[in-house]
Design a protein around this ligand. Structure first.
Ligand code: PLP
Length: 420
């Protein structure tokens, strides 16, 4: 395995390659194959970017046809056929059936780009600088999104002040604290020292924060709090959108409508770079060109995104996500949690986390992930001190591979626990 070119010339900032030290060559469905021909089951799923599987054949064919036809690839934000067809599909097949009315904006292609656009817009609309974000949140690495993000390592990279954000304890942190009442108090109390925010940013399931699923009742109360106080509610669905949580939008289970929704990752259908910022039409006060950029609307990504939505609907991926989630839950409850009473399981749809943080030994989850890699499973960590092993396979994974992957986790957990 020759990795010297990376070690010699690629910046020290490289990250995931350190956890998965091989050179990958191919990816099919739920598998990666490295240049030595070794197969790995993928429980990381491009951090949520390939929900419909690697090289999904139905989507791939649409891309091949488009390329063979000399379809336009780069067009800034000009009107193009793929963009028209994507917007029409999104409007007709996703928004309308859910009774959602949003304008769609194409910022740069990443999740953090979608959140930067949302941040600018809410401040512009409400003419307030402060925003509320939750402790445990991850919203991206560019300065605006990073100001909303709480983990120390990410924030340390900023090199400058990250301002105008008030962090609210997440509801799971202090069970005795009513976080909604706390936010109300911050706003009402003329001695709180906190400026009224333009918006509250939330993930309905904190993914990087350790697979923390927020309760429906809390989400509904948060919606009401925002309505009552003229504050915009922004849901970051970058990671848990596109059916990951069981429904296409993660907030659907609460029956709420956010004012702004950000998406990226699997909205690109095939791992293609695409992000969208959705907002209620009355918020669309942008002036033309006020949030410009060269790569806003990769045409191949539009083709893949439309094909991805069609694939998702035809193959009932929402249902697959919930059904496979039940398989994961049952397996872990039966086979893994009994290995140590201090282990905990959290999740919904097809995103699950096994919490090792209650066992007072540092780095256990990291060790489990390393061992899994040795046995041919790609899996990542999340949460405080990276103490959660996060299961996030492609939503279209077969049941056999799902169980095969979980058996690797079981074996790895058994081994690591026996070594402490
Ligand atoms: C909830 C959430 N928001 C934003 C981002 C940032 O997305 P990107 O890495 O594409 O900038 C991520 C990335 O993991 C995320 O999980």
């Amino acid at each position: 395995m020759n990795t010297s070119v990376f070690e010699n010339y690629e910046s020290e900032v490289r990250s995931y390659c350190r956890h998965f030290p091989t050179v990958f060559q191919q990816a099919i469905g739920s598998d990666f194959i490295d240049e030595n021909g070794k197969k790995y089951i993928d429980f990381f799923c491009g951090a949520g970017a390939v929900n419909y599987g690697h090289n999904n054949p139905q989507i791939k064919q649409k891309l091949i046809d488009y390329l063979q036809n000399d379809g336009i690839i780069h067009a800034l934000d000009m009107y193009t056929v793929p963009k028209r067809e994507f917007i029409e599909t999104f409007e007709e097949k996703i928004l309308k059936p859910r009774g959602l009315d949003y304008k769609i904006m194409f910022p740069g292609p990443t999740g953090t780009n979608a959140n930067e656009a949302a941040l600018k817009l809410v401040r512009k609309v409400k003419k307030r600088q402060n925003v509320f974000s939750l402790m445990g949140a991850f919203h991206g690495m560019t300065l605006g999104s990073l100001s909303l993000t709480t983990d120390k390592i990410s924030r340390r990279g900023a090199g400058t002040a990250l301002e105008n954000v008030t962090f609210i304890p997440a509801p799971y942190m202090f069970p005795e604290l009513d976080t909604v009442a706390y936010m109300q108090r911050l706003i009402d109390d003329d001695h709180s020292g906190v400026e009224k925010p333009a918006a509250l940013f939330i993930e309905t399931i904190q993914a990087e924060g350790g697979i923390r699923v927020f309760e429906v009742e809390w989400l509904q109360r948060v919606r009401k709090f925002c309505d009552d106080n003229d504050i915009l509610l922004v849901v970051d669905d970058v990671q848990v959108g596109c059916c990951r949580s069981g429904e296409f939008f993660s907030f659907e289970r609460a029956g709420i409508q956010p004012d702004v929704v950000t998406m990226s990752k699997s909205i690109g259908g095939y791992g293609m770079p695409l992000a969208i910022t959705l907002f209620k039409p009355e918020l669309d006060i942008w002036k033309p060109g006020e949030h410009n950029g060269t790569f806003r609307g990769n045409q191949l990504a539009f083709v893949a995104a439309k094909a991805g939505l069609e694939y998702m609907l035809e193959n009932k991926v929402e249902e697959q996500s919930l059904a496979k989630g039940e398989i994961v839950k049952a397996f872990i409850e039966k086979e893994i949690l009994p290995l140590d009473a201090r282990l905990e399981l959290r999740g919904r749809g097809l995103i699950w986390g096994i919490e090792f943080g209650n066992i007072p030994v540092q780095g256990l989850a990291d060790k489990v992930e390393e061992r899994c890699f040795k046995y041919g499973l790609i899996i990542e960590g999340a949460g405080r001190k990276n103490s959660v092993v996060k299961l996030m396979p492609p939503l279209v994974i077969s049941e056999e591979e799902l169980v095969e992957g979980m058996n690797i986790i079981k074996q790895s957990v058994q081994e690591i626990l026996s070594e402490i």
